[in-house]
Write a protein that binds this ligand. Sequence first.
Ligand code: SF4
Length: 375
Amino acid sequence: MIAEQRPLRHVIRRSLAENLLTCPTFVREDNEVLAFGQAAHSFFAAYFLQCRAANEETRLTDVTRLAGEAWARTHGLQQGRFAEFMQLCEFFALTWEAGLETLSHLEHTETLEVGEDLLLTATMDRIDRADQGDPDDPPSRELITDFKTERAELDHDFQMRWYAQQRLLGSPALSEVGVRIAWVRDAFLSDTVWYRRGELDFWWKTMLAGLRDRLAQPDPQPVGGPSCPDCAKRFSCGKATAVAREIPEDEAQADELFQDLLRLEEAREVRHAGLKHFYGDRQPRVVHGHELGYLTPREARLVITAAPLELHKWLKRHHYDADAALKVDSSAVAPVQHKLVEAGLAKHEFSKAGFRWRKFVAERKKVRKHEEEAQ
Ligand code: SF4
């Protein structure tokens, strides 16, 4: 008797789907950065579970033990990052409460069969009930939180849609799912994006068609693109983007790259100054598709000639948003900033960390500077 031929079933995680859609030959790089993120997520779940077991919103006394256990059970870690890991876990416990009243799932792996050929999976860091309904009834609204340990400015739209749609398809009682991103290192929370049932159906159908197309290709070819930075083939693949090939693999390579960058920046400054001097008494020219020289702006800029109060009144009278148009110049009020804070009219806050560099200031000097400022 001939055995019945079953179609090949692909098990696809959300992250793989996103990358395959971009490039059909993508291979995920299993590096220490990934392992660091896995260890951190393992701690986040263990910590919240411990809070739940103790019925307390925080369990700071358990952080060291739980973080140590998460580190010990994760393979592939760069051992020199242990102190950084412990610090991150402590910061997490200080900045995030367990939210036991709404917490329903941690590290929840959702699976979904799509036809006979696809089994889709996604692991959601945390799911909260968001409808304030009867705990015995299935929720009609849920909120998914995804914790990020990296700071890279990545687009999380695909991930948010996937999580929401998988949850909506897997739980018939849900009418709406919200997804938000939590950047753990900065204790920064994104706005929540809410998806109603049916809203993502067309996108989902299109995405699945694309996924099946990539999986069916007999001889897939690399195409390059946004997946290259996370791809294991980026150093050997001819289609890898230039940026992907530059991403260092360790601190020694990163230091070398930064040194190159400082040199290039210095070289740029020198050339810029040379050309500025050269064009000081010459007419601008068109060179390599650029206008070069002393250029008058293309458009005249608007100069407000009225006093701020007069302008404010005029805008209000004509039903424009006068407050939006007139912003306070914070550098002009800097001398009285502490008084403004005391009066409750202003506050000091840090913005989200962004990639840049600056001169290193040793702690001792920083303290002295703050003391001088306070006097
Ligand atoms: S490096 Fe980029 S183009 Fe090459 S296989 Fe990987 S994702 Fe595709």
